[in-house]
Each structure stands twice: as C-alpha cells, then as structure tokens.
Write a protein that binds this ligand. Sequence first.
Ligand code: AR6
Length: 176
Amino acid sequence: MTQKKIGPVTVETVQGDITRQPDLDAIVNAANAALRTGGGVAGAIHRAAGPGLEQECLPLGPIKPGEAVMSGGHHLPNAHVIHCLGPVYGHDKPEDELLASCYRQALLLADRDGITAIGFPAISTGIFGYPIADAAEVSLKAVADVAPSLAAVKTVRFVLFSENDKAVFDHALTSI
Ligand code: AR6
C-alpha cells in the first residue's frame, strides 16, 4: 500500500478487488447510466452485493456522466455503494471534467453521510476506454481539490485491479 496525506485526507493506493475491502464504509461503482448490473467492476459489485442492489438502484437511474448516487451495500462488507457514471472516452466531453465530477460528487455525497473511509476503482479506465495515466492524473487531482472541504472523510483508497494500474497511480500520486 502507498499512502499520501493531502490536507485532512489520507489517499491510499492498493492492488486488489474493490469487493474485498471490508474496512471501508463505502465503495464506489463504475456504473452504467441505468444502474443495471453490467460488466467489469459493476458486475463484480452487483454479484457480491446480490440482486437487492439492482432492485434498489433501478429507481435511482438513469444518471448522466459525471453524476453519483448512493445506495446500501446489501451483502457487501460495506454499508454503502456510491454509483458513478464515468465518461466514455472520446464520446462524453469534456471527459476530464466529467471524470473529475464523478470523484467530487462521490466524495461530497460520502461526506454528507458521515462516511470516513471510501474506496474507488479507476472509473472509466476499462470498458469506457480512458487511458490509465490520464485518468490517474485527473482522478487524484479531483480528490486533492475536494479534500480540504471534507469534514468526515479521512481515507480515500484507490483499489487498482492490476499491478500496472497501481504503478501508474503511484507515479501520479508522487506529483500531486
Ligand atoms: N476491483 C477493482 N477494479 C476492478 C475490478 C474489481 N473487482 N474489476 C475491474 N476493475 P470498468 P468503466 C477495474 O470496465 O470503464 C460496466 O459494464 C478495471 O480493470 O468496470 O467505467 C458498467 O456497467 C478498470 O481499470 O468500468 C458500464 O457500462 C476499472 O475497474 C461500464 O462497464 C474500470 O473498468 C463502465 O466502464
């Protein structure tokens, strides 16, 4: 694990599976607009949470790129899931602002709910095609920008699926 303190918040990077982070109050889903089960990280989260998650989510959708909504965690070890719709790279523009908006909205929702520890996947970097190095820079800057205004959130963990993605985030974290 790599850690860096940014204002009142400790930003961490780990390689792993976002559905296996029992010490976090909330995890973030890289969702689709309709908040259906989907594939990638969304598929993994819905499988681990059970069908109650999709039932709760469907009435909350559709959401637009850059938006975030919150649900319960159902059978996940986390009390909450925050669902973000990232931009499809090359299609939803400006993609950097929409990606930053996901992190900002998710953190503000979490903070309003008194959540102290939250985990993010690398939103938009799978099926939605956002290059990992650009996404790392935008995502970490978005967290750093909002960190000073957070009262409850103390830990922000990026859970990266591959060793390479973790290395890319670690590199970006050194220059924040
Ligand atoms: N834990 C952590 N990261 C993961 C996991 C996991 N279990 N599984 C995949 N990743 P993606 P997107 C990484 O495609 O690009 C879905 O179908 C993965 O390696 O899940 O925002 C939705 O329903 C990648 O780095 O999300 C949407 O339609 C990152 O998570 C669409 O895909 C994001 O990959 C969203 O696409």
